[in-house]
Design a protein around this ligand. Structure first.
Ligand code: KG4
Ligand code: ZN
Length: 334
């Protein structure tokens, strides 16, 4: 019954993060330096700017995580780092930081896939039970993942074009809302009604894949057409109708996957799982079918390093190791 103590490092997009996690479930510290305010004025993440800020922050964030954890370097078992997917310039900062610390302290290095991190954020809420189905929805990903045991991942559905979060961000931008658009749409939708019918892309019968570019275009065209006709647009209704369309497709396909794979649990993960409509629809659908549902608290839905340490714990125990030739991998498959 020995403890496993892992330092996790995450820098795949615009959050520089480090965290110490015990036994894959107990958060000893969780430090995050967000760049959202920096990128907001550009209306999105600027890769070059992101990697420069990661360089500024990485040492401080790792020191903060170690200090607050009360864990000494000698008590760590390994360093887990996001290898990909993500922005290459951003990934490289975390990967090189992790390599330097691994070398300096003689600790094993464990590579982690970012999506598996989002999935393992659920383990802070409850112990996972297999088989399970996880819906991972973020700015860069829309994936349904089937897991038959710890550390085993099979992608059973994915987006054929835009990620769900990307659609949120682009619709928000058309409505003149600041970046990141997801939370803005969520807030705005609360004041509106889903009175406009936007399309739902179900794709072929039985398909677990997604497509959001048609919906995104439909919403953008609707806004432009109304504006051209000189009609006043009801932004809250547009946000609410758009959100309803995304939620309906995500929830229904996740439920189909859960039934097809006899899931004992449904997990929801990634930045978009912070969405209140998606959360409530998913809760209702899972309850109707009596399938236990886990959704992490908001701060563990968006990018953080505790989730990387949690997934890295499984990788560590399974013997996954990287050496000092480890590189960032922008399109890393699960
Ligand atoms: O997981 P995450 O922090 O970063 C990536 O790995 O992409 O996800 C960020 C995405 C952004 O697209 C953001 O707009 C979206 O999550 N998001 C939301 C909400 N909060 C964040 N989308 C819809 N509703 C929200 N409440
Ligand atoms: Zn993410």
């Amino acid at each position: 019954n020995q403890k496993t103590m892992i330092l996790g490092i995450e820098s795949s997009c615009d959050e520089t993060a480090a965290a110490v996690v015990e036994n894959g479930r107990i958060i000893r510290s969780n430090a995050v330096a967000s760049q959202i305010d920096i990128h907001r004025r550009f209306g999105g993440v600027v890769p070059e700017v992101a990697s420069r800020h990661h360089v500024d922050q990485i040492t401080l964030v790792c020191e903060e995580a170690m200090e607050k954890s009360g864990v000494s370097w000698e008590d760590l078992d390994a360093i887990a780092v996001t290898q990909g997917p993500g922005l290459i310039g951003s990934l490289l900062v975390g990967v090189n930081g992790a390599k330097a610390l691994s070398f300096a302290h003689g600790l094993p290095l464990v590579p982690v896939h970012h999506i598996t991190g989002h999935i393992y954020a659920n383990r802070f809420v409850q112990e996972l039970e297999f088989p399970l189905v996880a819906m991972v929805v973020s700015g860069g990903h829309t994936e349904l993942v089937y897991m038959k045991e710890h550390g085993s991942y099979q992608v059973v559905g994915t987006t054929r074009d835009d990620a769900a979060g990307e659609a949120f961000d682009k619709v928000a931008r058309t409505l003149g809302l600041p970046y990141p658009g997801g939370p803005e749409i969520d807030r705005l939708a609360e004041k509106g009604k889903p009175s406009i019918h936007f399309p739902r892309a179900w794709l072929e019968e039985g398909s677990l894949d997604f497509s959001f570019s048609g919906l995104k275009s439909a919403v953008i065209n609707y806004i432009h057409n109304e504006q051209q006709r000189g009609n006043e647009i009801n932004e809250a209704d547009i946000a609410s109708s758009f959100q309803e369309s995304v939620a309906e497709v995500l929830v229904r396909k996740t439920l189909i996957a859960a039934e097809r794979y006899h899931a004992k649990q449904i997990l929801v993960a990634g930045g978009v799982s912070a969405n209140s409509k998606i959360r409530s629809e998913m809760e209702q659908a899972a309850a109707t079918r009596s399938i236990p549902l886990i959704i992490p608290p908001l701060k563990f839905c968006t990018d953080n390093a505790a989730m990387i340490a949690a997934s890295g714990t499984i990788g560590f125990l399974k013997g996954m190791r990287a050496d000092l030739s480890l590189n960032g991998s922008p399109n890393l498959p699960i």
